[in-house]
Every structure is written in structure tokens, then in C-alpha cells.
Design a protein around this ligand. Structure first.
Ligand SMILES: [Zn+2]
Length: 86
């Protein structure tokens, strides 16, 4: 199996194509478990942004004509912070 450390962010955000294969790696890699745990607040903020229609649901089109609200800016800030911390 190739090194999978680079897949931690995609797994943490729920967009990894083959999560089962990564989970095998995850069981033996504390570094990746820490990284994945760091994305939990990000995924929560993004889900809330979708719920409030600041972001499109999966496969949906983005809303137009309205500037980003404070929750979207918060979600983006949390995302950038999480990515910088890894
Ligand atoms: Zn790893």
C-alpha cells in the first residue's frame, strides 16, 4: 500500500473516493487520526453553511446575487485554520 498521509484531509472532509482503503491506513497511523480529528469542526461548519443555504447542497448550484454571510466566512476561516495547523 502506498503512503496515504496526503489523503487525511480528503477523508476528513468526506470527499475521499475510497474511504475503506484509507481507514485501513488510519487504524495504524496516529498522525492521520490527529489530522482527521482536526477536520471535525470544519465539516460541522460546512454542514451548517449548507443547511442555511450559504453553500449549495451536494450537486446543487451555488446561490447567486447575495454576498457571503458571516457563517460562510466563519466556515472558511475555520477551514483555513485547520489546513494551516496540519
Ligand atoms: Zn497516515
Amino acid at each position: 500500500m502506498r503512503g496515504r498521509h496526503a489523503d487525511a484531509a480528503a477523508y476528513g472532509l468526506g470527499v475521499l473516493d475510497d474511504p475503506a482503503e484509507f481507514e485501513t491506513h488510519l487504524r495504524g497511523c496516529a498522525r492521520c487520526r490527529d489530522r482527521v480529528a482536526g477536520f471535525i469542526p470544519v465539516t460541522g461548519a460546512l454542514a451548517e453553511a449548507v443547511r442555511l443555504s450559504y453553500l449549495p447542497a451536494e450537486g446543487g448550484a451555488p446561490r447567486r446575487g447575495k454576498p457571503p454571510g458571516p457563517l460562510l466566512l466563519l466556515a472558511l476561516g475555520v477551514t483555513v485554520t485547520a489546513l494551516c495547523a496540519t
